[in-house]
Design a binder for this molecule. Structure first.
Ligand code: SAH
Ligand code: SF4
Length: 382
């Protein structure tokens, strides 16, 4: 088995090249061929010596993931399902907007956190994705989209780690992938345009702050520990106060940035005015520590096994208004790609095997993944 070069950030690739007796600048050239040009064949890399290309061909390869299916929405949203072996399926979603192109990437097959409102959580944990499997989602989507849309320049301007899995429970594989996203010799994305979303793995929030302080989104979903323990079981290990303290520490490494708190709106569970008022009180406490935040309210994307339902829009807006009136920047996410959700649903009826159950689960989360923000104008933006 040769080495998949998508597994390396630039330092990793330089170390690999060194083993082949090559200098670092050769690794930089190779890195640019792979990520900026989307090359898979070493023979294409004409500015590398023939001897090096032969050496590389014997020891390495550049390999993306196997595409199981692609679904195109009328609004331009594209979803891919990738086969990562042994019946595991992951999803990646591209969401075009007027001023940006966002790619939503998975970090694990399944997830061990087990949030009540999340179909990946219900599916359970299968395995961590490798750095190559995380990076391959961006590599493939960027180069596919350039061809598909007939563009020479960059198509993906933002990455969100909001697909399947808890990225901070796969930190060792995640970090090099983040470095590839940010590297000027690869995708050159700005630190603020790469978002790691976490259910709150406190020690790893600290590590990320030190290693690679990209934008942070924290899935809060409840204003108190009793409710959050129930919705996000990881809260029993890292309760809200500890989580918010970690957020405040993170901001030392990411000054002038907001932390986004995601809040999935569940009918009658966490969407009452009282919950919003409790959140305001919680955030006022934290403001003392200098935490600057915004809220993103996500209408729940229902699936039968959850036994939960989506809050009605007036309820969501009333909730948003309480936060806004308190001066908290708040957005409500609008789902996109509903038509491919429906098309995808047709896959679900066919077969009973595990792959299809996973496809169906992926489908159910689609609306959530393909979300965009609808900005609600702050009433009292102090
Ligand atoms: N594990 C990470 C990132 C992946 S989930 C995390 O939990 O943050 C990305 C976001 O989707 C999270 O905010 C999560 O709470 C939310 N989410 C999961 N299932 C959902 C559903 N059925 N409807 C709406 N949002 C959901
Ligand atoms: Fe895992 Fe995030 Fe789903 Fe919770 S919401 S189960 S942490 S993927």
């Amino acid at each position: 088995m040769t080495t998949n070069l998508l597994d390396f950030d630039l330092d990793g690739l330089a170390a690999f090249c060194e083993q082949l007796g090559e200098k670092r600048f050769r690794a930089t050239q190779l890195f640019r061929w792979i990520h900026q040009r989307g090359a898979t064949d070493f023979e294409q890399m004409t500015d590398l010596a023939k001897s090096l290309r032969t050496k590389l061909a014997g020891k390495a390869h550049i390999q993306a993931l196997t595409v199981l299916s692609r679904h195109d929405s009328a609004d331009g949203t594209i979803k891919w399902l990738f086969d990562v072996g042994a019946g595991d399926v992951i999803e990646t979603v591209f969401i075009p907007e007027a001023d940006r192109g966002t790619l939503c990437i998975s970090s694990q097959a399944g997830c061990a956190v087990g949030c009540r409102f999340c179909s990946t959580g219900h599916q359970g944990f299968s395995r961590n994705l490798s750095t190559a499997e995380i990076t391959a989602q961006l590599w493939f989507a960027e180069h596919f989209l350039r061809q598909h849309l007939g563009k020479q320049e960059r198509v993906i301007s933002n990455v969100v780690m909001m697909g399947m899995g808890e990225p901070l429970q796969n930190y060792a594989q995640l970090l090099p992938a983040l470095r590839v996203m940010l590297d000027d010799h690869a995708y050159g994305l700005s630190r603020r345009r790469v978002t790691v979303s976490t259910s709150g793995v406190v020690p790893m929030i600290d590590r990320l702050g030190q290693d690679c302080p990209v934008a942070l989104a924290v899935s809060l979903h409840a204003p108190d520990d009793t409710l959050r323990d129930n919705l996000v079981p990881l809260n029993r290990k890292y309760p809200i106060a500890e989580l918010l303290q970690a957020c405040a520490r993170y901001q030392v490494f990411a000054p002038r940035d907001f932390i986004t708190f995601e809040y999935c709106m569940l009918d009658g569970v966490n969407d009452q005015p009282e919950h919003a008022r409790q959140l305001v009180a919680l955030m006022r406490q934290q403001a003392v520590d200098g935490l600057s935040c915004k809220f993103n309210l996500i209408p729940f994307n229902p699936f039968p096994a959850s036994g939960l339902t989506r809050s009605a829009m007036p309820q969501v807006l009333a909730f948003a208004k309480i936060l806004l009136d308190a001066g908290i920047v708040t957005t409500v996410r609008k789902t996109r790609g509903d038509d491919i959700d429906a098309a995808c649903g047709q896959l679900a009826g066919d077969v009973q095997d595990r792959t299809d159950v996973q496809k169906r689960m992926a489908t159910q989360r689609q609306g959530m993944l393909a979300g965009i923000k609808v900005v609600v104008t702050p009433v009292n933006p102090s």
